[in-house]
Design a protein around this ligand. Structure first.
Ligand code: ZN
Length: 129
């Protein structure tokens, strides 16, 4: 699945696209693994609410400031992006029951861009159980 991001750091709700992939697979019971192929992006599950999206980005800046004397910045000026990706993780795993992703009412799946804008690729693996 290709994603064109638009900002340096942003959360993109990919829930509908993942749901469509699950439907397309025809699998009724199984597991869906969503993973990013990049070292400066993440997959998280949380609530899609404007204030919270902004709070998550602010938390990243607080925990891992953009401008600090990182060793990796001597060869590639994006150490904060890698560190944020390491903190958030690169995949999410969800059950599939009765042909649907098992998500709570307030849960959405986000692709987190941490070094954009870029063309990104997300892998969706659906396994029958
Ligand atoms: Zn780098």
């Amino acid at each position: 699945m290709d994603i064109q991001t638009k900002a340096r750091t942003e959360l993109i709700d990919i829930t509908d696209r993942i749901r469509a992939s699950v439907k397309e697979s025809g699998i009724k019971d199984g597991i869906c693994i969503i993973s990013t192929r990049h070292t400066t992006s993440s997959i998280i599950i949380n609530e899609n609410e404007r204030g919270l999206r902004s709070d998550i980005l602010e938390m990243l800046e607080t925990l891992i400031p953009e401008n600090k004397n990182y060793a990796h910045n001597q060869i590639d000026n994006n150490a904060a992006s890698h560190l944020r990706a390491a903190l958030l993780g690169n995949s999410a795993t969800l059950p599939i029951e009765d042909g649907h992703l098992v998500l709570g009412t307030w849960q959405s799946i986000f692709f987190v861009e941490l070094d954009g804008p870029r063309n990104r690729s997300v892998n969706v693996k659906i396994i029958k159980s």
